[in-house]
Write a protein that binds this ligand. Structure first.
Ligand SMILES: [Zn+2]
Length: 209
């Protein structure tokens, strides 16, 4: 069924780059997104997914500018989207508290605003680590006997290494002095060159301690 213009009831609609102007919390935004234009009256329309994308891009700018106030907090919450009743327990406050933050009756807890900002960024990136973590603090996820992990070592940045590495660090985590001593002793005694796994684990834990 062809789309009809709500303004002039014309059916001649074409795909167009739509320029949307909006003001949120006193900040003016111009957003260009794919939409539809009426050939007769020039009215423009956004698809539902484009409207969501517009709101999220505005919310992202609010996050980037650190603009925390009653209006931006409410806007960001609705962008995720999340109700007051859903958000409040994750922030360990009563729903009434969130309502008072959003009406300006009570100053917003800065850490709560930071968590909301994280949720906005993750929603845009299609992730939910922050929300999942907050939910898990309320309703812990049970542990298996052993948790098996396969970390992607290719994404570790060079500056993630401990800052207080000893001089002459060769890119391998050092073993604790006591472990090195016993390792040297084992070598002297003609033991296997390979270090026992337990010693390596001690060294790695010590490097990050
Ligand atoms: Zn029209």
């Amino acid at each position: 069924m062809p789309m009809q213009c709500c303004e002039c009831e014309n059916y001649q609609m074409v795909d167009a780059e739509v320029e949307e102007r909006l003001t949120v919390a006193g900040r003016a935004f111009v957003v260009v997104v794919p939409g539809t234009e009426c050939l007769q009256c020039g009215n423009t329309y956004l698809r539902y997914d484009a409207m969501i994308a517009v709101k999220r891009s505005v919310a992202m700018e609010l996050v980037r500018h650190g603009d925390v106030n009653a209006e931006t907090f409410k806007y960001m919450r609705k962008t995720i989207p999340m109700s007051v009743a859903e958000l409040a327990p994750l922030l360990h406050v009563a729903p009434e508290t969130v309502s008072r933050w959003e009406s300006g009756e009570q100053p917003i807890e800065p850490n709560a605003a930071a968590l909301l900002a994280l949720m906005v960024v993750e929603a845009i990136e299609g992730r939910s680590t922050c929300i999942d973590h907050l939910k898990a603090t309320l309703d812990p996820i049970s542990w298996p006997e052993v948790t098996r992990l396969a970390p992607d070592v290719s994404v570790i940045a060079a500056d993630a290494a401990p800052k207080d590495l000893p001089a002459g660090f060769d890119g391998h985590f050092p073993l604790e002095p006591a472990v090195q001593d016993s390792a040297a002793k084992r070598r002297e005694q003609g033991a296997r060159a390979a270090r026992p796994r337990g010693d390596q684990r001690l060294g790695l834990e010590a490097a990050f301690a």
